[in-house]
Design a protein around this ligand. Structure first.
Ligand code: DQA
Length: 152
């Protein structure tokens, strides 16, 4: 049986990880996080499709495609988390489980970061654990999808 494929989607400014506000987001780059995900995914029997875009419409297109190409979505939508009804609508029609991830603890930051549109479509939210949040999300996704030999 083929591995389940997880779309790990990253939104605006996450391409700047490592140099962007390291006191908030840490010193790891997005490439480091991709590497971390690939390692964990291999151990969990998942395939990873890891992407980043600064463009809302591009993220919407990829979420729409996930219906056909992925078994789950791990999403750090960056600032679009707090603004994008378009991303929420796309997630609602994706028909695969969604886990929301943030590197920082958005609830101890500015009030405008406390509301997430993504959360309305997410099975769960992991925030505040830095890059480890991504691997925690992959572990949670494995549980949600169930044992390999029982997947459709
Ligand atoms: C973020 C939190 C968002 O509020 C912010 O706009 C980001 C990154 C995080 O990973 O902590 O770009 O999603």
């Amino acid at each position: 049986m083929a591995d389940a494929t997880i779309l790990v989607l990253n939104g605006p400014n996450l391409n700047l990880l490592g140099v962007r506000e390291p006191e908030t987001y840490g010193r790891e780059t997005l490439a480091d996080i991709e590497e971390l995900c690939l390692e964990r995914a291999a151990a969990l029997g998942l395939a990873i499709d890891f992407r980043q875009s600064n463009h809302e419409g591009q993220l919407v297109d990829w979420i729409q495609e996930a219906r056909q190409t992925a078994d789950g979505i791990v999403l750090n939508a960056g600032a679009y988390t707090h603004t994008s009804i378009a991303i929420l609508d796309a997630l609602r029609s994706a028909d695969v489980p969604v886990i929301e991830v943030h590197l920082s603890n958005i609830f101890r930051r500015e009030a405008y970061r406390h509301h997430s549109y993504v959360s309305e479509a997410a099975q769960g939210v992991i925030c505040g654990f830095g890059s480890q949040g991504y691997t925690l999300a992959l572990e949670a996704m494995t549980r949600i999808l169930g044992p390999l030999d029982e997947r459709d």
